[in-house]
Design a protein around this ligand. Structure first.
Ligand code: HEC
Length: 111
């Protein structure tokens, strides 16, 4: 390989890596930015939202009553007739999966 092509290949690899790291926001960051305004910063909604029927993610009964697949589907599609919008356009399938795991963590806080 001549050195110019090698340099180009290196440059392409470095840009790809930079793009990947920039996108790799943690589920906690995504939750804080996109979900906490309604669901609260620890998954416990503010009283106003709780009155509107927003579930408390820290409640063991809620955790037990919903499957990972249901949570994932709700984040993908939103919930008709509520303020819960679809996040399909903003989040990748991997980010949505990571959020499901994050919601599970909210339900089992460190003792
Ligand atoms: C504009 C306010 C708002 C935002 C932002 C929002 N939600 Fe919701 N969410 C709601 C409302 C309202 C409901 C319907 C009531 C309920 O089921 O808790 C809901 C429902 C849900 C449910 C289903 C709960 C159940 O028991 O069926 C999940 C899971 C959920 N949201 C996760 C998220 C995640 C993850 C994010 C961020 C990516 C998010 N929501 C962002 C308002 C919001």
């Amino acid at each position: 390989m001549n050195s110019r092509r090698a340099a180009l290949a290196l440059f392409a690899a470095a840009s790809l890596l930079a793009a990947a790291t920039a996108r790799a926001e943690s589920a906690a960051q995504v939750f804080a930015r996109s979900c906490s305004p309604c669901h609260g910063k620890d998954g416990h909604p503010s009283p106003v939202f709780e009155q509107q029927g927003v579930k408390n993610f820290t409640d063991p009964a809620w955790q037990k009553g919903i499957s990972d697949a249901q949570i994932e589907k709700t984040i993908h599609e939103g919930k008709k007739g509520t303020m819960m919008a679809s996040f399909d356009k903003q989040l990748s399938p991997q980010e949505i999966k990571a959020l499901v795991a994050y919601l599970r963590k909210l339900g089992s806080p460190k003792k």
